[in-house]
Write a protein that binds this ligand. Structure first.
Ligand code: UDP
Ligand code: MN
Length: 544
């Protein structure tokens, strides 16, 4: 019976049941915490004599590897779950999982602690395998060391080596193809530690409904001292929903009363419009039916939204599971980064975003292009397969999604005004262009030689009469011209108008944009139609 359930088929699994006061059927023995470094996820601090070595490791890996190396790979951690979580009872026989971990040039002890934590805190009958996907790491000494190290796991940990750098998106699809033993795929970044009794809470909703995709509550592992704590930005229970702004940046917003009203217990899984991307679980067959990730997405970026929209709009659901907690180390400042392979032109991230909005956003894609008008006609590859998928599966509109599931997004990120005119702003007399000089958030506007394409000289004047560059609005302070975050929905940056006839940029304070004759400075002056230094024109320059 147990085996039959694990090997698939149409077995019906029972939903989780709360039994207050009766310890959950999958609850493990509490971990016995010693006082060795980092045990019980107590912050582990090293003396100043390590500073140089630590800084070097942060630059290379983004984490304090000196500290990590001194902490046991099998360390204990404290149980930071909501106390309610202990009393959930899950089906006695849940489907098994393949845990997929993709990595590229990461630090040994951090990756191995991820593997060890999964083995240590997953009931053996649920863990079919761990699949490590090495995305063509360039750190040579790793190769033999890894082969040797994995022997001890007797086949439980499988290693796949990419023959070229695929990027994390396609590496995850490769992982799905290689992970053949588990019914459910669980994705983790290569710098995680799973929490107490993390697995049943993550698996159970998928067992009950195979088109449910679950996401654990992602905790912060401090990359300096390996303390583990909950992320901010949630509601009073620390619960957030996954969101985006209209330029497709990842955001977290508090869970809503509307979501909470759907549940009896606050520790129940709740719906989220999107996921962060690195940590989630999905039925393997269902992921294949969805076509895995869009094969046209490159390296990094946008895949978390692609998978979220695809699931929601095509009949599935994304649930955040508060009782399944997994820690993730966020990169520290000073990390040299994993640069994308050399590539000229528009960043792969922006091209990925274009594919996602072109396939899934319908008329809402205008709001994406509002902040980057210059990339609108840039090529983003063939999306016909994805469009056909959407039609074949009768996937719902983005408007439906925004109204029924992502109803809270516009409260946090109001729809941006459309553009009236955009481009570089060239002084007619000087031939010099307005230039943010890369300044923002209170920095001053400047002026410089026009250099065609290049974000710093790209401006737009929108229907709310804001003049902006990406998320920065041009802000008039007396005669000064500054840049400040736009705060969409607020009115303080509104008031610009382009006087087409006189080629002047007028502001509601009654002054006009002006520049100095010799020094490259911009400021506001009394409007004067006869002044050459107040004449400007917009030139549309498309991204290459
Ligand atoms: N990764 C990869 N190939 C790449 C870049 C990243 O396999 O080209 C791996 C990386 O090692 C990590 C995961 O993908 O395990 C997610 O990347 P990262 O943690 O840098 O993303 P973040 O958490 O900052 O979004
Ligand atoms: Mn990560």
């Amino acid at each position: 019976m147990e085996n039959m359930r694990n090997s698939g088929g149409n077995v019906k699994y029972r939903p989780a049941v709360m039994k207050p006061g009766e310890l959950g059927n999958w609850e493990p023995e509490p971990e016995k915490i010693s006082d060795a470094p980092g045990e019980g996820s107590v912050p582990f601090k090293l003396g100043p004599e390590y500073k140089e070595e630590i800084d070097k490791s942060i630059k290379e890996f983004g984490f304090n590897i000196v500290a990590s190396d001194k902490i046991s790979l099998d360390r204990t951690i404290k149980d930071i779950r909501d106390p309610e979580c202990k009393y959930w009872h899950y089906d006695t026989s849940l489907p098994n999982i393949s845990v997929i971990i993709v990595f590229y040039n990461e630090a040994w002890s951090v990756v191995m602690r991820t593997v060890h934590s999964v083995i240590k805190r997953t009931p053996p009958e649920l863990l079919a395998e761990i699949v490590l996907v090495d995305d063509f790491s360039t750190k040579e000494h790793w190769k033999q060391r890894l082969d040797d190290y994995l022997v001890q796991f007797k086949g439980l940990v499988k290693l796949v080596r990419n023959k070229q750098r695929e990027g994390l998106i396609q590496a995850r699809s490769i992982g799905a193809r290689s992970a053949t033993r588990g019914k459910i795929l669980v994705y983790l970044d290569s710098h995680c530690e799973v929490g107490i009794n993390w697995a049943p809470a993550l698996i159970s909703p998928i067992a009950v409904n195979r088109t449910t995709c679950t996401v654990p509550l992602i905790d912060v592992i401090d990359g300096n001292n390996y303390n583990i704590y909950g992320q901010g930005g949630g509601d009073e229970y620390g619960h957030a929903r996954g969101a985006w702004d209209w330029s497709l940046l990842w955001k977290r917003v508090p869970n809503t009363p509307r979501e909470r009203a759907r549940h009896k217990y606050h520790s129940e899984p709740y719906r989220s419009p999107a996921m962060a991307g690195g940590l989630f679980a999905i039925d393997r067959e269902y992921f294949f039916e969805l076509g895995l990730y869009d094969p046209g997405l490159k390296i990094w970026g946008g895949e978390n939204f692609e998978i979220s929209y695809k699931i929601w709009q095509c009949g599935g659901e994304v649930l955040f599971t508060p009782c399944s907690r997994i820690g993730h180390i966020y990169r520290l400042e000073g990390w040299a980064g994993n640069p994308p392979p050399a590539n000229s032109g528009l960043s792969v991230v922006l091209q990925n975003y274009m594919r996602v909005v072109e396939v899934w956003w319908d008329e809402y894609k205008e709001y994406f292009y509002a902040s980057r008008p210059e990339i609108r006609n840039h090529p983003f590859g063939d999306i016909s397969e994805l469009v056909a998928f959407r039609e074949r599966n009768h996937c719902k509109s983005f408007k439906w999604f925004m109204e029924e599931i992502a109803y809270d997004i516009v409260d946090h990120f109001p729809l941006p005004p459309k553009n009236k005119i955009w481009g570089e702003i060239r002084g007619i007399d000087s031939g010099l262009c307005l230039d943010s000089m890369g300044h923002k958030d209170g920095g001053e506007m400047g002026i410089g030689g026009c250099h065609g394409m290049g974000g710093n000289q790209m401006f737009r004047l929108n229907e709310a009469n804001e003049m902006a560059q990406y998320d920065q609005c041009i802000h008039v302070v007396g005669t000064q011209v500054k840049l400040d975050h736009c705060d969409t929905g607020h009115t303080k940056y509104r008031g610009w108008e382009f006087d087409e006839e006189n080629k002047m940029l007028r502001h509601k304070i009654g002054k006009c944009l002006d520049r100095s004759e010799i020094l490259h400075q911009v400021f506001m002056s009394d409007c004067d139609e006869a002044s050459k230094t107040q004449k400007w024109e917009f030139n549309q320059v498309m991204a290459m």
